[in-house]
Design a protein around this ligand. Structure first.
Ligand SMILES: NC(=O)c1ccc[n+]([C@@H]2O[C@H](COP(=O)([O-])OP(=O)(O)OC[C@H]3O[C@@H](n4cnc5c(N)ncnc54)[C@H](OP(=O)(O)O)[C@@H]3O)[C@@H](O)[C@H]2O)c1
Length: 290
């Protein structure tokens, strides 16, 4: 059991989602940055089981998201009390287990873009969970999402979403007002090259594993921006994070940031869960039951 400091709580974890960012240390990428022993898991929900000396005992049994650090793929996690966000009772464990990484990022990306009515916005890896959230949030804001996917199964999966069009990677793109890229490499560069001069191209993921070098972006006149949730979360006052998460819970209720779940695995079967996560054509997240 972790040692409990005075301002910390012990969270009995219930469920945690598997996200691409969790797999960086799991696969050994950037191994020089990973200090072991290391427990993955940035998303996840649990119940407060015990509190440190300086923490209100009334918090015991409350359902929370212990944010700000990895370590959610375990049964008990010690976390600073002020990093725990209480989960409203109408949000299910399943949705709460996936409420942070993708829903908050999608909200922040769309807020920062502040799209104008009718803006045509390209989205790569559009059938990913965050891609779908971006589609719904952009469309609710009056913009026209253009979904870019790599496979025919992803193309079919987006049929019911409110998109202006769905195209396969490599298709000629029209002139766009903005773009969100989670792929990088040639796919990301093609999206960047299609955006009007000075308009935003936001790169937030690297599914292809190929960085967007200046050579790949040569000739792009879009305004290139990078986004990392971790940087935002650790740079804003905790009250700002709480307010943003309150909006995220509303987005989940409205369906805009609701996650589709493909399968659940008990923690002991995490290897099977990680292998399932790696399968192409998986449309939905994998949840570890803790
Ligand atoms: N910067 C940040 O702070 C931040 C925060 C949240 C998420 N992200 C990023 O957002 C991306 C999506 O995350 P997620 O959790 O929503 O993913 P996910 O739902 O687990 O992703 C599955 C989907 O991604 C597609 N995909 C996988 N590899 C691809 C590739 N090389 N090219 C095109 N499509 C590919 C799959 O397509 P198929 O159906 O063809 O297999 C599938 O539709 C990740 O890159 C993640 O790191 C970044």
């Amino acid at each position: 059991m972790p040692v409990l400091e005075q301002d910390a709580v012990l969270v009995r974890m219930l469920a945690s989602g598997i996200n691409p960012s969790d797999l960086i240390p799991v696969t050994g990428a950037y191994r020089h940055r990973t200090n072991i022993p290391f427990v993955p898991g940035f998303d996840g929900v649990g119940e407060i089981f015990a509190v440190g000396e300086h923490v209100d005992r009334a918090l015991i049994c409350r359902r929370v998201l212990p944010l700000g650090s990895a370590g959610n793929w375990q049964t008990f996690k010690a976390a600073p009390a002020d990093w725990c966000i209480e989960v409203p009772s109408d949000i299910t464990d399943e949705q709460a287990a996936l409420a942070y990484v993708n829903p908050l990022t999608a909200r922040l990306l769309v807020e920062a873009l502040n799209p104008q009515h009718g803006d045509l916005v390209g989205i790569t890896a559009a059938a990913s969970q965050i891609g779908r959230m971006l589609i719904r949030m952009l469309s609710a804001a009056g913009a026209r999402p253009l979904a870019i996917v790599r496979s025919s199964s992803a193309l079919a999966a987006l049929h019911s979403e409110a998109v202006a069009d769905v195209v396969l990677e490599g298709t000629d793109l029209p002139v766009l007002d903005a773009g969100f890229d989670a792929v990088g490499g040639i796919c990301g560069a093609r999206l960047a090259a299609s955006i009007q001069p000075g308009r935003p191209f936001v790169h937030y993921g690297l599914f292809s594993g190929v960085p967007l070098t200046s050579a790949l972006l040569e000739g792009t006149q879009a305004s290139v921006k990078l986004f990392r949730l971790r940087d935002w979360v650790h740079s804003v006052p905790r009250e700002r994070l709480r307010a943003a998460m309150a909006q995220v819970f509303a987005d989940i209720r409205s369906g805009r940031a609701a996650s589709v779940v493909a399968a659940h695995y008990p923690l002991e079967e995490f290897r099977t869960g990680v292998a399932h996560n790696a399968q192409s054509g998986r449309h939905g997240k994998i949840i570890l039951r803790l």
